[in-house]
Design a binder for this molecule. Structure first.
Ligand SMILES: [Zn+2]
Ligand SMILES: [Zn+2]
Length: 228
């Protein structure tokens, strides 16, 4: 009923295909576009969750020590329409989108056997937060039904996008980018919207482990496939 009235007053169209959205619970995309999202295919690396055609044990980067986190999983591949949905989430202040995504993240936590009992959103630098008005990772973390600590991690550097940089450039960019402000719990779940190169999450995991956390798990909505 409320949906019907809201739709009359503010008709909404899908951010991906522009068709009309009849039910508000679908948020910014229509049911057809939600159904087109591609779950991360198996098999994948047991540690970082990166899909690989054939895999036995951890993948190359995990074995090389590029991933200080112990466990990372994502819901969907970062392909269209996921890209359009997350872009909207990030830049158009579509706070309501956290709910349908959060619902699926919550299920994923159970299915994949996450053990952490505190969610830590990947922090934005305060300049970025001021500009955007909200932290999308925090909105997602709040949907998990776990305790959320939004101030334990702090971003000290406003790092540019890590995409397109070499491994060593990324490492240099990110070194000392984060700080842990209190003693962290023993096992945590770091939450973000997209797993891109894993470099930021690696840096966060290193920082947490230096402060005493023994297990760092990572949960993201989407995953960019590795370009080898
Ligand atoms: Zn659509
Ligand atoms: Zn791996």
């Amino acid at each position: 009923m409320v949906d019907a009235i809201l739709n009359l007053v503010f008709p909404q169209s899908c951010v991906v295909c522009s068709s009309r959205i009849l039910q508000r619970r679908w948020s910014v995309a229509c049911p057809d576009c939600w159904a087109k999202l591609e779950p991360v295919p198996r098999p994948f690396c047991p540690q970082c969750g990166m899909p690989a055609p054939v895999i036995e044990g951890p993948c190359g980067p995990c074995r090389r020590g590029d991933h200080a986190f112990d466990f990372a999983r994502s819901l969907f591949l970062f392909t269209d329409p996921m890209r359009a949905i997350l872009h909207h989430f990030k830049y158009s202040g579509r706070v309501s989108l956290a709910r349908p995504l959060g619902r699926q993240l919550r299920e994923h936590l159970k299915e994949e056997g996450f053990r952490g009992c505190m969610a830590l959103p990947v922090p934005l630098h305060r300049a970025r937060l001021r500009e955007r008005g909200f932290n999308q990772a925090e909105l997602l973390a709040q949907q998990l039904g776990l305790e959320v600590d939004r101030s334990l991690l702090r971003r000290r550097k406003n790092t540019p996008s890590q995409t397109g940089l070499s491994r060593s450039q990324r490492a240099l960019n990110l070194s000392a980018a984060f700080e842990v402000r209190r003693t962290p719990p023993d096992c945590v779940i770091v939450v973000d919207d997209v797993y891109t190169t894993g470099a930021t999450l690696h840096e966060i995991a290193k920082t947490l482990k230096r402060s005493g956390t023994s297990r760092v798990e990572v949960l993201t909505v989407a995953r960019v496939l590795r370009q080898e």
